[in-house]
Design a protein around this ligand. Structure first.
Ligand code: GLN
Length: 205
């Protein structure tokens, strides 16, 4: 499996470390020609406005948007979630707009702008997931095709999936729990099967 990690800005190295451990082949994406032959893509955390600006200056914005629209599986974490969202508030900004969610940036205010919490994520099993939030967004609204994967105790949506798109408000790459990365590779494997490209090979524990 060949997985690209958008490496314009932000904490992409940690994603590379996790996914390589799970047996994926990783490519750092900075230029449009590096998108060829990808089976999946990770958009990491960082600063979403900076990342969008760099995507435009590197000529990546439009090719990426088309690739995602054509069905490429993507995991967007924190700023990556913002970039996937169809609509953004606090303030509004230009995004790839490929996922039917409305996301509020820096949604936790100054007091709680960084925190860690054990999240209940039924799709990952019974054990809770240690989620690190750093100046994180949350999902304010979802379209009918979106499945909510996790909420905070106050009900805020912080993990969601729509088909081949996985959006997480927190940083699964900071810590030692690889279950979200494994879940994402499972999505990639199913997509490869569906498109008849390869037998599914979901990495073992
Ligand atoms: N606050 C950042 C933004 O709005 C996201 C923070 C992060 O990715 N950790 O883009």
């Amino acid at each position: 499996m060949k997985i690209g990690v958008l490496a314009l800005q932000g904490d992409f190295i940690e994603h590379v470390r996790f996914l390589e451990k799970l047996g994926a082949r990783l490519v750092a994406i900075r230029k449009p020609d590096e998108l060829a032959g990808l089976d999946g893509l990770v958009i990491p955390g960082g600063e979403s406005t900076t990342m969008v600006g760099l995507m435009h200056s590197y000529g990546l914005f439009q090719p990426l948007k088309e690739l995602i629209r054509s069905g490429l599986p993507v995991m967007g974490t924190c700023a990556g979630m913002i970039l996937l969202a169809r609509k953004v508030s606090n303030p509004d900004m230009d995004t790839l707009a490929v996922m039917d969610i409305t996301v509020k940036r820096n949604a936790f205010g100054r007091q709680a702008d960084s925190f860690e919490i054990e999240l209940d994520v039924p799709s990952l099993g019974e054990k809770s997931f240690p989620a690190v939030f750093i100046r994180a967004p949350f999902v304010e609204d979802t379209g009918s095709q979106v499945k909510v994967l996790a909420r905070l105790p106050d009900g805020s949506i912080v993990a969601a999936r729509q088909g081949n798109l996985l959006a997480l408000a927190f940083h699964p790459e900071l810590g030692h729990d690889a279950r979200f990365h494994r879940y994402f590779l499972g999505m990639v494997a199913s997509h490869l099967m569906d498109t008849g490209k390869q037998e599914a090979a979901i990495p073992a524990d």
